[in-house]
Design a protein around this ligand. Structure first.
Ligand code: F6P
Length: 312
C-alpha cells in the first residue's frame, strides 16, 4: 500500500509519484510515464479516425489503416527520443527496428492500437506494451521487466506492472493519470469467460472445456478486443479468456510478443495464470517476431482446469 493511500484519505497519487514511491528504477519509471503520455495522443487519433465524428472526411477503411500506422509513428518517435530504448518491435512493422545507439537499457514491443476494427462500433480498444531488458528471442520470463496496457473506453485507464504488483490509473480531466486501484489481486476462481475463435473450429478438448464452464454457470463476456476483455478479468478479479488452437490454425491467432507476453506478465503479477494450454506463456521461447500461440489466461482455477481438459 502506498503511504498515505487508504479508504479514509482523498489523497491523489499520480503515476509518477506511485512509481517513485514503489521503488521502480528511474529509467523504467520515465519510460513507462512517457508511454502513458503517448496514450493521450493515440486517444486523440482514435477520436479523429472515427467516421462518426463530424468534420473528418476520411473513408472508414482507410481510417483504420491510418490509425494503426499513425499511432505506431507517434510511439516510435517518442521512444527514439527517450534515450532509454535500443530496439522497438511493433505489430505494424515487419522486423525489429534499432532506434537507439545500442547501450540503452530497454527493448519495447507494441501493439499500438489493438482491436482497431472496433473503432466504428464505439467499443473499447487499447494499446499493449511489453518492456524487455534482454533479447526478444528468449522467453518472456527471462527478458521482460514490465508491461502495461491502456484501455480507450468511456474512460482512459492504464494498467501497469513493473514486477511489483498490478496497478490501475485513470486519466482525469486535468490530463493526469491518477491511481484508482492498487495491488490488484485476482481471486482463485472467477465467474466470467471470454471464448475466442469460432465454435466450429475448436478442437474437441477445447469444446469440452468451454461446455464445462457453461454448465458451471460462467457468464459469457466477449467483446472482440483483447484489451477490454483482459481488463474485465483484472477488474472483476477473475474468470478466463481463451483464444485456442483452431483446427486450421494450431497456433491460434494472437501474437506472443505483442499481445500475449505483456498480458501474461500482468496476469501473473495479479496472481493469475497464462498458458498455451500446457506451458506458461512467459516460458515460451520466441523464435520469430510474429509467432502466435493459443492462450488460456485468467484466474488460476480456470486456467488449470483448461490444462486438465487439454491433456486428457
Ligand atoms: O488480435 C486482434 C484482436 O482484435 C484481439 O484484440 C482480439 O482478442 C481478437 O483479435 C479477436 O479475434 P476474433 O475477431 O477472431 O474474435
Amino acid at each position: 500500500m502506498v503511504e498515505g493511500i487508504n479508504d479514509h484519505t482523498r489523497c491523489i497519487v499520480d503515476l509518477r509519484r506511485h512509481m517513485w514511491i514503489g521503488g521502480i528504477e528511474e529509467d523504467l519509471r520515465r519510460l513507462i510515464w512517457q508511454i502513458a503520455v503517448v496514450g493521450k495522443y493515440i486517444s486523440a487519433k482514435i477520436h479523429e479516425s472515427n467516421r462518426k465524428l463530424a468534420g473528418f472526411k476520411n473513408v472508414y477503411g482507410e481510417d483504420q489503416l491510418a490509425l494503426d500506422r499513425i499511432s505506431d509513428d507517434i510511439l516510435i518517435n517518442m521512444l527514439r527520443n527517450s534515450g532509454f530504448v535500443r530496439e522497438y518491435a511493433s505489430e505494424e512493422l515487419e522486423d525489429i527496428v534499432t532506434i537507439g545507439h545500442g547501450q540503452e537499457k530497454y527493448i519495447v514491443t507494441a501493439d499500438p492500437v489493438d482491436g482497431s476494427s472496433l473503432v466504428d462500433t464505439n467499443l473499447a480498444i487499447g494499446t499493449i506494451i511489453g518492456i524487455h531488458q534482454n533479447s526478444l528471442f528468449d522467453s518472456g520470463r527471462n527478458s521482460m521487466v514490465a508491461a502495461l496496457y491502456i484501455t480507450y473506453g468511456p474512460l482512459i485507464t492504464m494498467i501497469y506492472s513493473a514486477g511489483k504488483g498490478v496497478h490501475e490509473f485513470v486519466l482525469d480531466r486535468e490530463g493526469e493519470y491518477v491511481l484508482s486501484e492498487e495491488n490488484i489481486r485476482l481471486k482463485e476462481k472467477g465467474a466470467i469467460f471470454s471464448p475466442g475463435g469460432l465454435r466450429k473450429d475448436w478442437t474437441d478438448k477445447h469444446l469440452k472445456f468451454i461446455n464445462k464452464l457453461e454448465a458451471d454457470g460462467y457468464k459469457l463476456r466477449y467483446s472482440g478486443g483483447l484489451v477490454p476483455d483482459i481488463n474485465q478479468l483484472i477488474i472483476k478479479r477473475g474468470g478466463v479468456f481463451t483464444y485456442p488452437a483452431l483446427r486450421k490454425s494450431p497456433r491460434g491467432k494472437l501474437r506472443l510478443l505483442f499481445e500475449l507476453q505483456p498480458m501474461a506478465f500482468i496476469m501473473e503479477q495479479a496472481g493469475g495464470l497464462a498458458t498455451d494450454g500446457k506451458d506458461d506463456i512467459l516460458s515460451l521461447k520466441v523464435t520469430s517476431v510474429n509467432q502466435r500461440s493459443p492462450v488460456y489466461i485468467g484466474s488460476a482455477a480456470e486456467v488449470t482446469m483448461a490444462g486438465q481438459f487439454l491433456s486428457q
